[in-house]
Structure formats: structure tokens, C-alpha cells
Write a protein that binds this ligand. Structure first.
Ligand SMILES: [Zn+2]
Length: 294
């Protein structure tokens, strides 16, 4: 169901005209826009970064490795899902991987910055893409699965995002989450990336439970590369100079190949059901309980 962000009315309709208040969202750069006031700038990200990201993402061990963990999570916990909404889809790098793997899945993507959406639209001509604030989602019991991939750490009030996600999921639907882990790894890269926090598993679990989710799976990943992350952070701290997010992603092709292989080994452990205790990132799958009412 759709949910009017102006009056809260829910309705079933092909378009976004609210039968309750007659309101309808404007469009920005060709995309329906639910929070146009925030689409150019806010404190969560730098929109000029998107064109740079598109070049860096392809084949990059970090994005590729994360995609593989996400695809595994979807196959394992949301096998029956017919619809997936990715909140904060950026340039569409995850949705594209999902589309290749699960061509029948109906895909939606949202971004607070309309700048990312044209890149995503190029990669995914058939997806429903929209400009939206994750703290105010225009849905009610709409999706079988929702993805929040490296999104929550950008938002001060992550609890409200989880509540909105819960409501936008169908009963029994799953949320899949990745976030950066270990506050002690906080570095200039987090600052440049406009992160509000790095998580510990306990905190993410508590916030999910508070939002009435059932935890299905939680594990660290980017575990085997953790020593390298730590060394590189110490290295740049030692240089006394700040690393831009673009620089932080640049990597020699040989190293990229090696890191990809290391992450493939790590994935075998995750797929065996091993819950890795530490790692650069945290991956969680949780469910809106099937019969719950709110
Ligand atoms: Zn309305």
C-alpha cells in the first residue's frame, strides 16, 4: 500500500495522488520526490560523490564482497520475496546485482539525493526509483524485503528509520542491513563519509528489537581483511593527512584481486553459518513478525 507523507492516509493506486487530502508529490529530475527540500544537500552525504562512485564501484572488492553477502542473505532468508526496496540505493550497484541474480524480483530504490538516481536508472531501467527521506517512507505493508546497505550510520535518528522500515514491510517481510562496525575503527574516512557512528552488534540488535523486529541472523563480515584496514588507518594517521572517500577506495588491481579472493573465503565461513565476531562491517537480517499488528 502507499501512504501519503502529507496526511498519513493509506491507499492502493497506480499513481501517487492521495484520495485523503488530494496531495501528490512533485517530481525532481524526472523522479517522484517525497522530500525535495533535502534532495540537494543535507548532513548525511556529499551528492557530488556519486559520479566518482560509479567509476570506483565496478569490480571493487568491497562493493563486490558486500553484494555477495547481501545476495546470500536474500537467498537464505527471503527466498520467496517478490519485491525489494533498497533505501539509499545510491547509484544502484546493489540493485543491479540483485536484478542479475533474481530477474523476477520487483525492484524499488530510493535516494535522498536525486543526483544518484539517474545513474541507478541507467543501470536499472525497470526499477521504480524515487527521491525519499528514509525517516518518512510513503509505504505501508508494501514490500517482501527492504535493504538498508550502509545507510543507518548516515542518519542521526536511526531508530525512526527502523520503525519506518518495519511499517513498510509486509508482515513476515525481511530487512537486510549492513553497517560499519567497531567505534574504535573510527577514522577520517568516516568523517569524510558523513558517518554519525560505527556500530557494535549489541547496539544494532537492541535497536532492531526495540522496533519490534525478530533477528534472524547477525554476523560481522570484512573480517579477514580487518588487520589490513587497521594497518591502513594507522598508516594514514601516521602521515598526518586526511584521506578523501575517493582516495580511500582507490586500490591497485592486484591487491583488489587478492582482497576479492580473501572475501570469497570469508563468505564460505558465513555461508556455513559461522557468526564472525569482528570485522569492518556488520550484516543483519531481521523480520517483521508475520502476525504482528501495530
Ligand atoms: Zn494525503
Amino acid at each position: 500500500m502507499k501512504r501519503c507523507v502529507l496526511c498519513g492516509d493509506t491507499f492502493l493506486s497506480a499513481d501517487w495522488n492521495c484520495p485523503g487530502c488530494g496531495g501528490s508529490p512533485p517530481r525532481s529530475k524526472g523522479f517522484v520526490a517525497f522530500a525535495p527540500e533535502a534532495s540537494e544537500s543535507n548532513d548525511g552525504f556529499s551528492p557530488s560523490y556519486f559520479s566518482r562512485l560509479v567509476d570506483l564501484e565496478a569490480g571493487h572488492f568491497w562493493f563486490e564482497g558486500r553484494n555477495q553477502v547481501i545476495l546470500w542473505g536474500l537467498r537464505r532468508y527471503a527466498r520467496e520475496a517478490r519485491s525489494l526496496m533498497e533505501v539509499g540505493c545510491g547509484t544502484g550497484v546493489v540493485l543491479q546485482a540483485v536484478h542479475r541474480d533474481m530477474p523476477n524480483m520487483h525492484l524499488c530504490g530510493s535516494e535522498i539525493f536525486s543526483n544518484g538516481l539517474p545513474f541507478a536508472a541507467q543501470r536499472l531501467p525497470e526499477a521504480d526509483l524515487m527521491q525519499m527521506d528514509a525517516r518518512k517512507m510513503p509505504f505501508d505493508a508494501e514490500f517482501d524485503a527492504i535493504g538498508l546497505f550502509d545507510v543507518l550510520e548516515h542518519i542521526e535518528d536511526d531508530r525512526v528509520v527502523l520503525r519506518e522500515t518495519w511499517r513498510s514491510l509486509k508482515p513476515g517481510g525481511c530487512v537486510l542491513i549492513t553497517v560499519p562496525q567497531h567505534p574504535s575503527l573510527w577514522s577520517a574516512v568516516d568523517e569524510h563519509s558523513y558517518h554519525k557512528r560505527r556500530y557494535v552488534a549489541k547496539e544494532l540488535i537492541a535497536k532492531l528489537v526495540e522496533a519490534d523486529f525478530e533477528i534472524l541472523h547477525i554476523t560481522s563480515f570484512m573480517t579477514l581483511l580487518l588487520p589490513i584496514f587497521v594497518l591502513s588507518r594507522l598508516h594514514y594517521r601516521g602521515l598526518g593527512r586526511k584521506l578523501s572517500p575517493g582516495e580511500a577506495l582507490e586500490i591497485h588491481p592486484l591487491l583488489n584481486g587478492l582482497f576479492s579472493k580473501i572475501l570469497a573465503c570469508e563468505r564460505l565461513l558465513i555461508q556455513l553459518g559461522l557468526k564472525l565476531p569482528a570485522g569492518g562491517s556488520l550484516f543483519a537480517v531481521a523480520r517483521r513478525p508475520p502476525a504482528a499488528e501495530k
